[in-house]
Structure formats: C-alpha cells, structure tokens
Design a protein around this ligand. Sequence first.
Ligand code: CA
Length: 430
Amino acid sequence: MPITANNPNKKTWVNTPDNTDFPIQNIPFGVFLTRDDIITIGTRIGDTAIDLGAMHQLGYFEDIPLTDDIFLQDTLNDFISDGKKTWRLVRNRISEVFDIKNGTLQNNEDHKSIILFAMNEIEMQLPVQIGDYTDFYSSREHATNVGTMFRDPENALMPNWLHIPVGYHGRSSTIIPSGVPIHRPMGQTFPKGAEKPVFGPSKLVDFELEMAFITTDANSIGEPIPINDAEDYIFGMVLFNDWSARDIQKWEYVPLGPFLAKNFASSISPWIVTLDALEPFRTKGPDQDPKPLPYLAQNGDHSFDIQLELDIVTDKGISTTVSKSNFQYMYWTMAQQLTHHTVNGCKVNSGDMMGSGTISGPTPDSYGSMLELAWQGTRPVPLNDGSERKFIQDADTVVIRGFCKDKGHRIGFGKVSTKLLPAFESKNKK
Ligand code: CA
C-alpha cells in the first residue's frame, strides 16, 4: 500500500510555522490531556494538536477497520497492535483530511472546534504503556570510547561486540515523558582512594543521547523474527535520554551489568514518529566487517539520517549545544537489534521499547554522553554562561532535539527536555 501521506508536495490548510518539525508529511502519534481534562490519542500538524478520538467519532475514519474506542484510550498500545497496514491507512486518511484541497473538515467550524487544540492547551502524556524496555549498546564509537577509558585502548571493543548487537534488559517503571523533572539519585559508590563504599547522592550524573523504537506484537514465544521482516514490527521512534549515574555504575556493574545507575529515570519525547514517515530519509549505516552471521545479514539501506543535538540549559536559561550526532552512526540497525532480540524465542509485545544505546559520532563534538565529551572529567565542557561541566549539575536541564532534513522537507521529533533536581528529601525527615 502506498504511503500517500509522505507526498512532499502536499500542503495543508492548518497554519504551519516555517521549519516546523511537524509538517503534514510527519503525522506522528501521541497521547494528550485536552483542555477539558479528557485523555485522547492524537496527532500534530505545526503547533496544532488533533484529537483522533473526536475525529473517529465524527466519522472521519469511515471504511477503515477500527474499533469505536481505539483512539479513546490513554495509550497507543491497542492501535499499535492493529499492525502496519492500519497505521498506514490512518496516516494516509489524516493526510487527506488536512490537505489544503480538502474542504470537509476545513469548512466545518463545529467539527474544528471539537477536534483541534493549540499545543499550549494540551498536556502530553507517555504515548504507550511500555511493558518491557531493552537498551542496546550499538554505537561503535561510544563502545570504543568507553572501552578505552575503562579498560584498554588496544582492546577497547569486547570480542563479542562486532558479532552481536549487545544489549541488556532495563526497567520501564521509571520511563517518563519530556517535561517531568527528575531527582539526582542516591546510591552506593566506591570513590577513588576510599577504603570502603560510601552512600550518598551520585556525584557523576550523566545523560545518554539515544533514540528508541516502539514495537508492535511481533511473535509468539519461541518464534524468531526473520531479519527481512523485522522492520514491519517497528511502529516508530522517539528521542531518548537514558539518564545514568556513572559513579554508581562503576561500582555496581560487575558482573551482571547496569542496575541502579540506569533505572532511576529515562526520558522520551512524547510524539512517536512512524517508520513510514522516516522512509524518505533511509540511508546506509556503517559497513559491517566482519560480516554478521546469516541470521543478521541485511542488504540495502536500513539506517536513517536523523540529525541529533543535545543542549545543556542552565538554571538562568542560558543554553549551550554540547553535542551534535546522527542516528546513522549506529553500527547495528534496528532490524538487527529486533531480530537478535527474538532469535532465542523471546517474545516482543506491542508497546515494548528498545533503546539504541548512546549515539556517539566520530568527532569529539559528536559524543553522546558527558563521560565522553569531558573524557572522564579531564576535559571540562565550556558553557555559554562562562561556567563549565564535567557532568550534569542540579538545576541543569538537558534537551535533546532530532530531525531529518532534505530540500524543503523536514520531519522532526520535537524535543525531550528534563531538569535535574537535587537529591530527593524524605518527607519524614525531621
Ligand atoms: Ca543507555
């Protein structure tokens, strides 16, 4: 089925700012609370939020096989379960209704007053109930930098790294949408020169510049997903900040890997941009040498050219872009990650989320964590207010933006923005 929604020449009757992340060619999906305190599934064009629940009730999705309440829910999980054909039909229909040549809704003031909201009238929620969350470690540059710092520059990559999309199971309970502040985590660390471990607020709070993909129901238990089918089970992508406490991590991670250093908070951008919308920005990832085993072997373009920027904003509102990276630097593709994840029969459900791992590029200004940007605190990063950072300070806000761009055509993700607050003070403290 053609993706008519991607037609770059299409114009909309919705007032759309120049250079918006959300032209009519994007049509992402999210969940929001309306001015009337009703939760609904929606999309967005420019700075206008569109209530898909209301559109469906008013008959705009006629002839598309959807249950009556599919958009009147507080998560996208059931809609995502409907599968790729339905996502495509719905996106194409939305594109048709908001086309400048279509007068149906355009000329119906009553319907418009029910369906359309200004972005400042709504509050974005988590778009899916995330059942399981897995984080990969798929940027060669990031893995090499970390291996160089923590182990041995000669053997920075572990022997498995070029053969397996390495990952670990994370925790979904602390995944939050953009805008929700987090506290500096407490934990156990073993500072340099200390004789025994100490307990207190983490001193080395860091971000990880990542993206994540959201899956649909992919398989039954025991059933691997073949590499050439894997992309069909990916609904879309979000920006992802996988907050990390490096001092807790360093002490706790042996031998089972990350635990409390990683599960205190991870933030995502609230609009899921579909893989369909990203089609025009498909590109080739890095060459894979040695060749992956046959179950992971792919031909063609399976990465996406998504430009990424990360800003640190100080308490006074002064912003500094500290990293510029790109999703296409990822060594392993999303399809390879998903296929590898299920090759043993592991079941993947609608609404599961898989993080890319920190996305570092080849140059020092493209590194995706403070650990790398300030090289373990040895090269402090200057900020525009004259201060510098080795890691993230209390009251700093970390903002990640991401977008694809070609001539006159931009598909963006908006942003994920999270403020770091001081360590949590117990309410019972006397
Ligand atoms: Ca991570």
